[in-house]
Design a protein around this ligand. Structure first.
Ligand SMILES: [Fe+2]
Length: 193
C-alpha cells in the first residue's frame, strides 16, 4: 500500500463501566502469568491455583511506526496478593525515550514509575485525571480500590515497543501494600539490583 493511499478511520467502543469493548478482544493476564512478581510468594501460589484474572488491556494492532499512535484501555481488577495490591506487570518501552499518557476513567489507584538511573515516582489515578509518563520511565498500574476496577485509557507512540523482561527479572524498586487499611508505598523486598 502506498503512503498516499486512502486509509479508513477507526472507531472503537470502550465502556466507561467495564473498560471493555463489544467489538474487540482484550489480552488477559492471570495471576499464574505473574505470580513471581509479588512479594508474598505463598499468597501468589494460592491465588494461582484459581488462576484469578488480574488485568486485561487492548492491543489495537496499530502499525509499529513512529507516526502512529497505539492506544486502548487497561482494566486492573481489585484484589491483593497477601497485602500487595493487584497490579500490571509493568514495562519499559523498547525505544526507551518514548512517553505514554494514561487517563483514568474509573476507579482508584497509582501509576508507579522508575527510570534506569533509579529515580522513582508515583502518581494517583482518580477519574478525570491523566498521568503523563515521561520517556525512559518504566510504568505499572496498581489498583488500590477494595471493590472497583481501575480503568484507564492509554496512548503511546506506535514504534515504542515493550520491554517486559527488565521488570520481570528485577522488579520495581517500590511496591504498594495495604497498611492499616490504606495504601502505602514501601521498598520492594524482592528488588534485584
Ligand atoms: Fe507503556
Amino acid at each position: 500500500m502506498s503512503a498516499t493511499a486512502p486509509r479508513p478511520a477507526v472507531v472503537t467502543d470502550f465502556s466507561l463501566v467495564t473498560g471493555l469493548s463489544q467489538t474487540k478482544k482484550p489480552l488477559q493476564r492471570r495471576i499464574s502469568a505473574m505470580a513471581g512478581m509479588y512479594a508474598d510468594q505463598e499468597a501468589a501460589r494460592r491465588l494461582a491455583e484459581e488462576d484469578v484474572l488480574v488485568y486485561e488491556f487492548f492491543d489495537m494492532g496499530v502499525p509499529q511506526s513512529s507516526g502512529e499512535v497505539a492506544y486502548g484501555t487497561s482494566i486492573t481488577y481489585p484484589g491483593k496478593v497477601g497485602d500487595e495490591y493487584f497490579m500490571t506487570k509493568g514495562h519499559f518501552h523498547s525505544v526507551l525515550d518514548t512517553a505514554e499518557i494514561y487517563y483514568c476513567l474509573r476507579g482508584r489507584g497509582l501509576m508507579m514509575m522508575e527510570n534506569p538511573e533509579g529515580d522513582v515516582q508515583w502518581e494517583e489515578f482518580t477519574p478525570g485525571q491523566g498521568v503523563y509518563v515521561p520517556g525512559r520511565y518504566a510504568h505499572r498500574s496498581i489498583n488500590t480500590s477494595p471493590d472497583e476496577p481501575l480503568i484507564t485509557f492509554f496512548a503511546f507512540p506506535g514504534h515504542a515497543g515493550h520491554d517486559y523482561g527488565t521488570i520481570e527479572s528485577k522488579g520495581f524498586r517500590k511496591i504498594v501494600v495495604e497498611r492499616d487499611g490504606a495504601p502505602a508505598v514501601v521498598d520492594n523486598p524482592k528488588w534485584a539490583q
